[in-house]
Design a binder for this molecule. Sequence first.
Ligand code: HEC
Length: 167
Amino acid sequence: MRWITLLLIPAMYAQEPAQVGRGRKIYFESEAQGTRCGNCHLLEKKGTPVGPDLSRLALLNPRAIKMAVMSTATQYVLQAKLKSGPTMPVMKASEEGAEVKLFDLSTNPPQAKTVAKADIDKMEPNATWKHPPESAKLSSEQLADVIAFIRFASNGDKRPVKPEDVE
Ligand code: HEC
């Protein structure tokens, strides 16, 4: 049985559409940090889990995924004001005892930080955060490639995504 599996694995990769490979490259290796989705979203067990898990969205229409990237409406990002100083856009990772682990989104890649609950003055919805400006500069071809990769990595979906699907 095992040798069959070993033969099948390379065959599966060989069948990966070229578009998926291009999308993966943008997702993890894009030259502009702002379009390197993997800085903030896990996929294929790689990347940093700052933002939401995108595999949940893989079944959405490509245009809906585009809107989520370009949107200025945030659902999860918070604005944290610390007594010891800075106010920063954050994504909360976990809470344990007297501490909160979070990602500080004032830099990209975001920085993982541990903050004492006692040091938090305010933590409220953040209405101004949006994806880095470079993400709005992705061409329709590039965005279609990224979405093809998100679908493939999430569901093994090999259907092509056409640039006109995200225009
Ligand atoms: C600097 C970090 C960062 C980068 C880089 C980034 N994202 Fe995000 N993304 C986030 C955060 C944070 C959110 C949650 C925003 C909110 O509060 O609604 C998010 C939300 C999303 C959502 C909506 C998720 C949902 O559940 O509603 C999609 C889709 C998405 N990102 C796709 C992408 C894609 C595609 C790329 C690459 C082109 C990308 N992101 C790059 C941080 C990032």
